[in-house]
Design a protein. Structure first.
Length: 122
């Protein structure tokens, strides 16, 4: 923990002399709090979606009550396409307006823990 990794990359264009961009530094930190990730008012690490790949709707099921949590669908550019408050541990979510492609589905608890699944929309 705490190890710093410095990285410098030189950029060359044809036969011109190299360009030297800023050096980046990454620091190794502790793993995420897996207890918070697995706890959205209970154990939602086992949340499931079906069908996947999907067309018009997906069925979401969680292992426990998730009232107060949030479900987000994020596109490949990091934009939130759908964000809803969860009121039940089993519901159908319409995928209106989502283009074909891969999305991330984040289940977020009230304390910020996140469980993520991939979703393919055809």
């Amino acid at each position: 923990m705490g190890t710093e990794i410095n990285n410098t990359a030189y950029i060359y264009f044809d036969l011109n002399s190299r360009l030297l961009p800023n050096t980046t530094t990454n620091i190794i930190v502790a793993n995420a709090n897996t207890a918070a990730i697995a706890n959205v008012a209970g154990n939602t690490a086992n949340f499931s979606m079906s069908p996947n790949p999907a067309h018009n709707t997906i069925q979401i099921k969680t292992g426990s009550d998730v009232t107060g949590g949030r479900l987000e669908i994020i596109d490949a550019l990091g934009r939130t396409c759908i964000s809803i408050s969860m009121m039940s541990n089993e519901f159908t979510l319409p995928l209106n307006g989502l283009a074909q492609g891969m999305y991330l589905v984040n289940m977020v608890n009230t304390s910020g823990g996140i469980v993520t699944r991939k979703l393919i929309v055809e």
